[in-house]
Design a protein around this ligand. Structure first.
Ligand SMILES: *[C@@H]1O[C@H](CO)[C@@H](O)[C@H](O)[C@H]1NC(C)=O
Length: 284
């Protein structure tokens, strides 16, 4: 390579103007920067600890739902199980509406017998509850559409909403939402995900707890506000309007045992919640 005097550089027998050369170097630098960005995007390690809880702001849906909802954002809770909290998923008016629909019809909650698949009374679940019909009215339909938009699971895969009430001392011991009997998966196949909506605040206790979650439970920012039961796992505190989404199946469609969860006993106050169970197939 020989550098000539003046404004030409000789490279492998070719003459390059310094202008051409600087353009080429600029293109190289740009390409290098681009590849570095791509590499960072794909090769950064996944978030495994709970030390930072990243969150994503959501654009409000153009929804004609009841009332006005507060700031909406989705907070990552855990990968094992896969769990997220959608803040202000429901408006206060929607929460009160759901409670008012259910209140006159509450019955003692049952659990599914794993051998017969039948509903039975149980001491592990002491709440009372009632089922609403899917698409029962415009307000319910609107909420169900919102759930489908958030989860990407079609409305037809969901069971009717279930409203639950826990008074002081009432709880639901740790359990799975997926079925281990043949009877209950006939309709809609296995339960894949659960959206748990909190219709009230709870003064103390009443947390949703995942005792088999992987990670450091005590690093959640709300650790000091948890009850003794809540400290037995990764916990989410009920807050009116918030919705907790968790998956009972892993992305490879196998059951996820880390989705084991319970409702801690209410210590002070009252807990109202609303559950949407979603199946892998249409639930008709
Ligand atoms: C868990 O998190 C807490 C709070 O951030 C920290 O003090 C503790 O050392 C952590 N424990 C482990 C085993 O990493």
């Amino acid at each position: 390579m020989a550098v000539s005097k003046g404004k030409y550089i000789k490279l492998q027998g070719k003459k390059w103007s310094t202008f051409q050369l600087s353009k080429m170097i600029m293109a190289l630098v740009l390409a290098l920067g681009f590849f570095m960005l791509i590499a960072l995007r794909f090769f950064s390690p996944p978030e495994t600890s709970h030390h930072r809880l990243p969150s994503v702001r959501r654009t409000a849906f153009q929804s004609d739902g009841l009332g006005k909802r507060g700031d909406q954002w989705v907070e990552f809770i855990s990968w094992e199980p896969r769990a997220f909290v959608y803040h202000n998923f429901l408006s206060k008016e929607e929460c009160l509406y759901l409670i008012s629909l259910a209140k006159p019809h509450m019955e003692k909650s049952t659990v599914v017998d794993s051998k017969t698949g039948k509903s039975v009374d149980s001491r592990v679940r002491t709440s009372s509850g009632m089922f609403l019909n899917r698409g029962q009215d415009k307000i319910i339909s609107n909420i169900e559409k919102r759930i489908a938009d958030f989860t990407f699971i079609p409305i037809e895969h969901g069971e009717g909403l279930q409203i639950l009430h826990y008074e002081v001392g009432q709880k639901y011991d740790a359990h799975y939402d997926y079925f281990v009997d043949e009877y209950n998966i006939k309709k809609g196949g296995q339960r894949m995900a659960t959206l748990l909506m909190y219709l009230s605040d709870v003064e103390e206790g009443g947390e949703t707890v995942f005792p088999a979650a992987k990670g450091n439970f005590s690093s959640v920012p709300w650790w000091n506000e948890l009850s003794e039961c809540g400290k037995g796992g990764l916990s989410v505190k009920p807050k009116m309007g918030d919705a907790l989404l968790f998956w009972s199946m892993k992305p490879d469609a196998t059951l996820d045992p880390t989705s084991l969860h319970g409702a801690c006993p209410v210590i002070r106050g009252n807990k109202w919640s609303c559950t949407k169970w979603m199946h892998v197939n249409k639930y008709i």
